[in-house]
Ligand binder design. Structure first.
Ligand code: SAH
Length: 222
C-alpha cells in the first residue's frame, strides 16, 4: 500500500502536469517556458494557507498585500519576452520570486527589484533553497530600473505601470523586448515593446490583465 507521502507527491505531480497541459492549450507553447514551469515547485512560493491551491491557474495572495501571479500570465509573459539563454533580464516586482525563478531557468542572469524588504528576504531564501545562482536581487524602487546594470536584453514588469515605462525602456538594448501591464485602473493592458534595433520601440497590446500597481519609492514596513 502506498504511504500518504507517496500519494500526496503523486497527486501534486499530477496537478502540476494538468496545469502545464492547460497552459499549453491556452497558447503557452514555448517548450522552454513549459519546462521551467513544470520544474518549479509553486507551492514553495505560496503562503501555507494556500498551498493546496498552488497548482490552480489563479493568482493568490502573498504577504504585504501583494499577489503571486496566475501561472497562465507568468507563462504568457515569459513566452512574449522571448528570453534567450544568453539574455540578461531585469524584472521589476520580485513578489514571491515565482516569476523570477521561471526567468532564471530561461536566461543567463536575472536582476530583480522589489520595494518590500520582507518579500525580498523571503524570495532570496527561496532562491537559495532552490540552488538558483543566477539571480541578483535589489531592495528598491524598480520604477527607476537598475541603471548601473543597464542595458538589458529583456525587461519584465510584474506590477502595473500607470503609463509607458519610459525610464525602463531607456535601459533596454536597442533590439530588446519589454513586457509590462500598463494602465491606471484595476484592469490594465499587457503591452509588449519591441525594439527595432535603432532604439525605437513598437508597442503591441497582448491582452487585458489585473496586476497590483507599480508604486513609487520603497514600502514603509513596521
Ligand atoms: N512576479 C511576482 C508578482 C508580484 S506582484 C510573483 O510571481 O510573485 C507585484 C510586485 O511588485 C509586488 O511584490 C510589489 O511590491 C512590487 N512592486 C510594486 N511597485 C514596485 C516598485 N516600484 N519597485 C519594485 N517592486 C514593486
Amino acid at each position: 500500500m502506498a504511504n500518504d507521502d507517496t500519494e500526496t507527491g503523486e497527486e501534486r505531480d499530477a496537478q502540476l502536469a494538468r496545469l502545464v497541459l492547460a497552459l499549453r492549450s491556452q497558447g503557452v507553447t514555448d517548450p522552454a517556458v513549459l519546462a521551467a514551469i513544470e520544474s518549479t515547485p509553486r507551492e514553495l512560493f505560496t503562503p501555507d494557507l494556500f498551498k493546496e491551491r498552488a497548482f490552480e491557474d489563479s493568482a493568490l495572495p502573498i504577504a504585504c498585500g501583494q499577489t503571486i501571479s496566475q501561472p497562465f500570465i507568468v507563462g504568457l509573459m515569459s513566452q512574449a519576452l522571448q528570453v534567450e539563454p544568453r539574455s540578461r533580464v531585469l524584472e521589476i516586482g520580485t513578489g514571491s520570486g515565482y516569476q523570477t525563478t521561471i526567468l532564471s531557468k530561461l536566461a543567463r542572469l536575472v536582476y530583480t527589484v522589489e520595494r518590500y524588504r520582507t518579500l525580498m528576504g523571503e524570495a532570496e531564501a527561496r532562491f537559495k533553497q532552490l540552488g538558483l545562482t543566477n539571480i541578483v536581487t535589489r531592495f528598491g524602487d524598480g520604477g527607476l530600473g537598475w541603471p548601473e546594470q543597464a542595458p538589458f536584453d529583456r525587461i519584465l514588469v510584474t506590477a502595473a505601470a500607470p503609463d509607458a515605462p519610459k525610464a525602463l525602456l531607456s535601459q533596454l538594448k536597442p533590439s530588446g523586448i519589454l513586457v509590462a501591464p500598463v494602465g491606471k485602473g484595476p484592469v490594465q493592458k499587457l503591452i509588449r515593446y519591441l525594439g527595432d534595433g535603432n532604439g525605437v520601440f513598437r508597442a503591441e497590446v497582448m491582452t487585458e490583465v489585473r496586476f497590483v500597481p507599480l508604486l513609487p519609492g520603497v514600502a514603509k514596513e513596521p
